[in-house]
Design a protein around this ligand. Sequence first.
Ligand code: GTP
Ligand code: MG
Length: 537
Amino acid sequence: LLKCLNTVETVFRRSVGTEPIESVIVVVFLSPGENDAPKSLYDLMAHRQEQAERSVLISCPSRTSEKKFLKFLSKHGDIKKHFFYESYVSGPAGLYVFLPCFIVSAVGIMSSLCSTQLPFRSSAMTPQSSPANRTDWISSSCSFQIDEQISSLTEAYQLTEENSRLRFLVCSLLKDIAAAYFPECTIRPFGSSVNGFGKLGCDLDMFLDLDSISGWNLKRPKSGLSLEYQMKRTNSERHVTQSILSVIGECVDHFGPGCVGVQKILNARCPLVRFAHQPSGFQCDLTANNRVAMKSTELLYLYGELDPRVRSLVFTIRCWARAHSITSSIPGAWISNFSLTVMVLFFLQRRTPPIIPTLNQLRDLAGPEDESVIEGNDCTFVTDFSKIELQRNTDTLDQLLSDFFEFYATFPFSRMSINIRKGKEQNKPEVAPLHIQNPFETSLNVSKNVNTSQLDRFVALCQESAWLLQQSETRTPRGVGVGDTPAAWGLATLLLPSQVAGIKGRKKRKREPASERIKSLLESLKNKNEGKKSSDS
Ligand code: GTP
Ligand code: MG
């Protein structure tokens, strides 16, 4: 809008010169465009799904110049935007082009290109600005405050528009495969791909939604005659989910273009099919009948939208935890990103005054249209953001970060359970080192997997980070460090390997790509310090 007003002003000035202007009425017509950010998660998802339907992802034939290839494609449709990128997942690098809003049959194009190559549509894509480029962006901007470091970190590592759109395109591809069995099904992304806390490179969680199939899930009349399709009966819903995922897993394995390393993990609490989608580089988890997880995603999204500090703090704590191997991409006894996010939300509910409302308060604001009961669990909460009134809290991100570490450095984990429904710690209902009540399935503990040693590491690292943030040398940009490299300060200090004996991280841990990114982030944060010094001098 500002840009638009500036243009209007420039044009206006040209015609009236420098005469003083008393008042100008400007009427701006905004048409719903690509960049309008819809408010609710459902609106956003519907918008993205619709975009995915109009996008294609094409594997470029080898030894083809990008320019020539685009020229060729433009004969088949109007190319508004395009992104070329290379994918290295499980095999030799391949060049791909992602064409959002390209309305044409990809099959037609590709078959005329090369008869042995199967065409496909996919929503997975890596934007042309790779993580390395993004950290360049941070280093080119100077930040002198921890608050600014936190914002830079969020800006640099959160999912980009293109990355997010690719995730929906992958769902669309999978839907095409699943539609062989369930013609009207939908595949929806959930978890960090859409909850607003996703970091570039996070996995793509999807669930097969059969509720959109006409007639499925309709309540049958209690009396009288009714007609219904015959369906095979099975003894449990879990068994149905396992069967569905089993056949879809087979299809993905045999016919899913670019889907490699397919594993069917059907005996897990939440059965899933795991695979890598080569063209996009996404690690994918496909589940079915997972509506509660979709509700948790919606809740996390809502909290993230309420106040910008929520997203930044969650993001920073997630990065901090990853840098110290408190979380991992491999399942195990460590704290999950979901548990960690709930811990941050709980901390924000405990501020004076609270930054975000409790889940019970959100439920009390709900209208009849928000009612949701899934498998007997009350998942109702308000979806109209305008009904939520926030209290005035002016804490800075810097302050919140320090206090988060202090809060959990001294939290009575041995006795108390974290409860975002009530916004208050509760006595632990069962023995477990870490107890975080599942917000919707309230009898469950979302951190049941966490063992004592992992919780101890988390607490020790919170103590260390709280201590570091109290030191004046941590808080201010410092001079040159060892070997003439800029010294880390502020947030960067917290991401460095721990100095405390016993919390050094798991032994012989292979460096993973995320750690590499944290490393380059550290460098860029250090460079910012360097930038400040030179501008000061
Ligand atoms: P990353 O993938 O680590 O970036 O974060 P994520 O939030 O996507 O977590 P994950 O892939 O482990 O799980 C995906 C989603 O499933 C989460 O966002 C939650 O909505 C849900 N979820 C994960 N673990 C649990 C759990 O223990 N209980 C419940 N109710 N939901 C969970
Ligand atoms: Mg995930």
